[in-house]
Write a protein that binds this ligand. Structure first.
Ligand SMILES: [Zn+2]
Length: 124
């Protein structure tokens, strides 16, 4: 049981991270990584998931999610969910497959990104 909660927690954190990354890329035009604001939101959201006492019973998008957020962060995470939520359909098999592919692509993109950052660092 405890293991299930841990898995659920990890899954929730992964999903929130992804939604924020997606949101930041589309809305803030980030090519790699997150802007400072979204990075802060992500750290905050992950911390909330870590501390959530309702992990066992709640569903991912339940309202409970936003109640423990402080007002400012609540507004921000709401904006992210409103934006990313409808664009990320997790329950449809095709969407799920696409989601996996997207995640892989995203990973590759990040690697390329990190590499180019490293090259830049070396030049400096
Ligand atoms: Zn951003």
């Amino acid at each position: 049981m405890a293991k299930n909660i841990r898995t659920k927690r990890e899954r929730e954190k992964a999903m929130v991270s992804e939604m924020i990354t997606f949101y930041c890329r589309k809305r803030h035009g980030r090519k790699c990584g997150l802007c400072p604001e979204c990075a802060a939101l992500k750290a905050y959201a992950r911390q909330r998931s870590d501390k959530c006492p309702f992990m066992e019973t709640k569903t991912f998008c339940s309202n409970c999610k936003v109640h423990c957020y402080k007002p400012e962060m609540r507004e921000r995470i709401r904006a992210v969910m409103r934006f990313s939520g409808p664009r990320m359909i997790f329950h449809h098999p095709v969407a799920a497959v696409r989601h996996v592919l997207e995640t892989k692509k995203e990973k590759k993109r990040m690697e390329r990104c990190n590499r180019s950052l490293k090259i830049r660092e070396q030049k400096w």
